[in-house]
Ligand binder design. Structure first.
Ligand code: GTP
Ligand code: MG
Length: 210
């Protein structure tokens, strides 16, 4: 979705931004979303089946945004359930777990899958998130930063959904990136300061997570 056909929320006050989270099964996508939206963490989170989404209202520099966060199933067997939901995205988070090198290698494949099914160009606004930094790291930060640099200068954030490190920052970066690219025709660039507030809304899942 671009600025020429931005969606307004039902109350008409906010800009709705669709953010899709991709990455291997078990890297912590659902936990990242739930930490951000509800400030909760589930030690025994089950694999997602298909997709589900949650809304969170955000106040940034006097503007109100509704982040519509789409959490997808990372397991290969759910591919046909998740890919129809890529179209119309404003941002895509490519996630891996820093204790799982295979999940890092796979972000390239996730990027390709998104570009193909969302039917966007490779310069679409991506964000790479290395999650589980509370665990022993097996992917160097420098290696992840290098991949991001070589793949379109994609921003990189390291998070822990478990102890809430940088989770808010990662999602806020999505809004700031969008505002500085798609939204720049309509408003000046965003400053680095952000303010969280407003309500969070749990929306009906499209497919249930177990
Ligand atoms: P799929 O739905 O199968 O794609 O997996 P997912 O990426 O949504 O993973 P999920 O959020 O369900 O988390 C998988 C497991 O990792 C769960 O046991 C979580 O408790 C755990 N987990 C998630 N984030 C973190 C984290 O930051 N640190 C630690 N230590 N564990 C985490
Ligand atoms: Mg999940």
């Amino acid at each position: 979705m671009n600025s020429s056909h931005r969606r307004q929320s039902s109350r008409g006050r906010s800009t709705v931004l669709k953010v899709v989270i991709l990455g291997d099964g078990g890297v912590g996508k659902s936990c990242l979303m739930n930490r951000f939206v509800s400030d909760q963490f589930d030690e025994h989170s089950f694999h997602t089946i298909g997709v589900e989404f949650l809304n969170k209202e955000i106040h940034l520099n006097g503007e109100v945004y509704t982040l519509q966060i789409w959490d997808t199933a990372g397991q290969e067997r759910f591919k046909s359930l998740r890919t129809p939901f890529y179209r119309g995205s404003d941002m895509c988070i490519l996630s891996f777990a820093v204790d799982d090198p295979a999940s890092f290698k796979n972000i390239e494949t996730w990027k390709k899958e998104f570009v193909y099914y969302a039917d966007v160009k490779a310069d679409f606004p991506f964000l790479v998130v290395g999650n589980k930094i509370d665990l022993e790291r097996k992917v160097d930060m420098e290696e992840a930063e290098r991949w991001c640099k070589e793949n379109g200068d994609v921003p990189y954030v390291e998070t822990s959904a478990k102890d809430a490190t940088n989770v808010e920052d990662a999602f806020m970066l999505c809004v700031k990136r969008w505002a500085n690219t798609e939204g720049r025709m309509e408003r000046p660039p965003m400053p680095d300061t952000v303010q969280l507030g407003g309500d969070s809304t749990r929306e009906r899942p499209c497919f249930c997570s177990s």
